[in-house]
Design a protein around this ligand. Structure first.
Ligand SMILES: [Zn+2]
Length: 130
């Protein structure tokens, strides 16, 4: 593992996730998704219609995603990342930084409650961050 001052990553894009103009909090997202699952299941018990199964399935996917986000704090997609701030706000961000070894793109990963900058090209190119 290299010195933490060797590499830098910049947040070149940041957009807060809002619903009807209100900030979407991670705990609220979990609550909404679990409610959606419950609604779908209850609806399906009442009327065994395909639509309710779809509602339950969407809710289930959304809860998996929100739990993952809650525990990982950051999820990296190809170009963008979804991050949760310490206050629970959700942001879509774009991070930009280059590995000093191979010039590959850097991404932020969380392992055992610590954040690291990791090279997209080689998983062994990794730096600790605060
Ligand atoms: Zn690299």
């Amino acid at each position: 593992m290299k010195n933490e001052n060797d590499v830098q990553i910049e947040r070149v894009y940041e957009k807060q996730v809002t619903v009807f103009g209100k900030a979407l909090k991670i705990r609220r997202l979990i609550l909404i998704s679990l409610t959606t699952v419950l609604l779908g299941v209850m609806g399906y018990i009442e009327i065994a219609a395909f639509g309710w199964a779809v509602v339950a399935f969407i809710g289930f996917c959304l809860s998996l995603f929100s739990f993952l986000l809650y525990f990982k704090t950051i999820i990296n997609f190809k170009e963008y990342s979804i991050e949760v701030s310490p206050s629970g706000d959700i942001f879509v961000t774009k991070l930009f930084g280059h590995c000093t070894i191979c010039l590959g793109n850097l991404k932020v990963v969380k392992k055992a409650n610590e954040f690291y900058l990791q090279c997209a090209e080689d998983k062994n190119h990794i730096w600790k961050t605060q």
